[in-house]
Ligand binder design. Structure first.
Ligand SMILES: [Zn+2]
Length: 501
């Protein structure tokens, strides 16, 4: 029999501390692709949709793909934007007859009228399709998973990697479980155990540290006949909501008690090792001192500004690190991105090769990461900011920084952009004439994703906390809605909330 499956992708990671609300334009700036356009753009790349379609093709599904949409991490999603993207999914559901629903979501979406964006989507879908239609969702492990999400969706599968390089694989896993459910072979549901922490250490790195063993145990538990997926979510700390923090989910069936017990053992381990840090977070001064004396014999020094990562909703215009590198007279260096659309507009009126004076960055919220820098530099190039990725995460996908420019100030080539994005692909420098492999110092804004493409070319990687919006100094952020006590805001927090579904 041919199963009819409705698919959609709708993702936003919401940093509720950001002053920049997320409207329709923010989604247009990343992508809003309807039906066949989404398939054309995302079918042959490392995307959840590609994984859905792989399974659909293998099982002869009739797939109706509604849309794929995402915005860069930023503040709460405005109701108008949410309705605009959610309504077509509901309309398709009302018009058609389906055997299953398969959604690629994020899990840390906050709306200006609800703290649980994914829960809101799923509630609206259930209101149309009823209780019985199987729903499978994929999540980013930086999801803050609510109990309601797990009761509304039957099947929940998160990526197992950070840097995230298994989107397509995750789409396939969720699709395969949905196939078995539609065929009547299994009747999955998803249980959840949470932990009173803002996030798992360093967002749940999976290249080093304790997450490697946890994921191995999860894979092992998935071998049971009554278990279909185990998801270990690190949580997303820049979200001031009650359901913030790590969760372990088991999608299974039968007696749920062992599934809870298993999830509990993973959460206990997350809790027991909550004081561990996998990065050595340097101040901007210490970082610049390293840069000034670095020998690039084995490749450049790659500096990650963890706190100003636009990929977690920071503004991307923090100047603290750039200022320190300039003070140390670091040379043969590149720095990117600096998000400052106004400066880009000014530079687009200047001739390439001319020297220009700019007031750069530090404009969104100077309290986090420093105020504007007045600089004089030579304009190297201007562009529309478009690039096509060639790394493990973005390979084959088109993206844009919006109007952009490269300005050389002393020994540093600065990539100045309009649309905030984290650096996770070499093409984000190369497409604008900067070759990171030939630099002595490569300073970029990212927490962890950069490692997928930049570690292979790096002589050494160091991580800096510039004090920008995603700083690890959590006591500087005005948390009001998270449940208390919670680690690390409350160092004496105890894991006693027993937050079972
Ligand atoms: Zn993520």
């Amino acid at each position: 029999m041919t199963f009819r499956v409705l698919t959609a992708e709708l993702a936003h990671e919401t940093n509720t501390f950001s002053r920049i609300l997320t409207g329709k334009q923010a989604f247009r700036d990343r992508y809003v692709l309807m039906g066949h356009d989404a398939i054309a753009a995302r079918r042959d790349a490392n995307t959840e949709l590609a994984g859905f379609l792989d399974v659909g093709h293998a099982h002869g599904w009739h797939v109706e793909h509604v849309l794929s949409a995402a915005a860069g991490p930023s503040g709460k999603v405005e109701r108008a934007a949410f309705e605009w993207l959610c309504d077509p999914i509901i309309a398709a559901l009302e018009c058609g007859r389906f055997d299953g629903i398969l959604l690629g979501l994020h899990g840390a979406t906050v709306l200006d009228f609800s703290d649980d964006g994914e829960g809101e989507i799923l509630r609206r879908i259930r209101a149309v399709c009823g209780e019985d239609l199987p729903i499978a969702i994929t999540l980013d492990p930086h999801a803050n998973v609510s109990a309601e999400m797990c009761s509304l969706a039957d099947i929940v599968v998160s990526f197992c990697t950070y840097p995230h390089v298994d989107m397509r694989e995750t789409g396939r896993r969720a699709g395969a479980i949905l196939q078995r459910t539609m065929a009547g072979e299994i009747r999955p549901r998803t249980i959840r155990v949470s932990c009173p922490m803002l996030e798992e250490t360093n967002g749940g790195r999976t290249d080093v540290g304790p997450m490697i063993a946890r994921l191995a145990r999860a894979k092992d538990y998935e071998k049971r006949a009554d278990v279909f997926a185990v998801s270990i979510n690190a949580g997303f700390a820049s979200t001031d909501i009650a359901d913030v923090g790590p969760t372990v989910l088991v999608t299974g069936q039968g007696d749920l008690a062992p599934h809870f017990a298993f999830a509990e053992t993973i959460v206990e381990d997350i809790w027991a090792r909550r004081h561990e840090e996998l990065n050595d977070y340097l101040t901007v001064e210490a970082t610049a001192a390293h840069a000034a004396r670095f020998n690039p014999e084995n490749g450049p020094l790659v500096i990650a500004d963890y706190a100003d990562n636009p990929g977690a909703g920071a503004y991307g215009d923090s100047t603290a690190l750039l200022g320190a590198l300039l003070d140390e007279r670091v040379s043969n260096a590149c720095f990117g991105p600096m998000v400052d659309g106004d400066t880009v507009q000014e530079l687009h009126r200047v001739k390439v090769g001319e020297v220009s004076r700019v007031v750069l960055g530090g404009k969104f919220d100077p309290a986090f990461g420093g105020g504007p820098l007045t600089l004089e530099g030579e304009l190297i190039s201007v562009s529309d900011g478009r690039y096509v990725g060639d790394g493990p995460i973005l390979g084959g996908l088109s993206r844009s920084f919006g109007p952009s420019a490269v300005l050389r100030v002393d020994g540093i080539e600065i990539l100045i952009v309009t649309i905030a994005k984290q650096m996770l692909d070499l093409q984000q420098f190369k497409s604008f004439g900067i070759d990171p492999e030939r630099k002595c110092v490569v300073a970029l804004k990212s927490m962890q994703h950069f490692r997928a493409a930049f570690e292979p070319i790096a002589g050494r990687v160091i991580v800096c906390d510039s004090g920008a919006l995603c700083t690890l100094q959590y006591d500087r952020l005005p948390y009001r809605n998270v449940r208390r006590p919670i680690f690390p805001l409350d160092q004496d927090a105890v894991r006693s909330d027993g937050s079972h579904l």
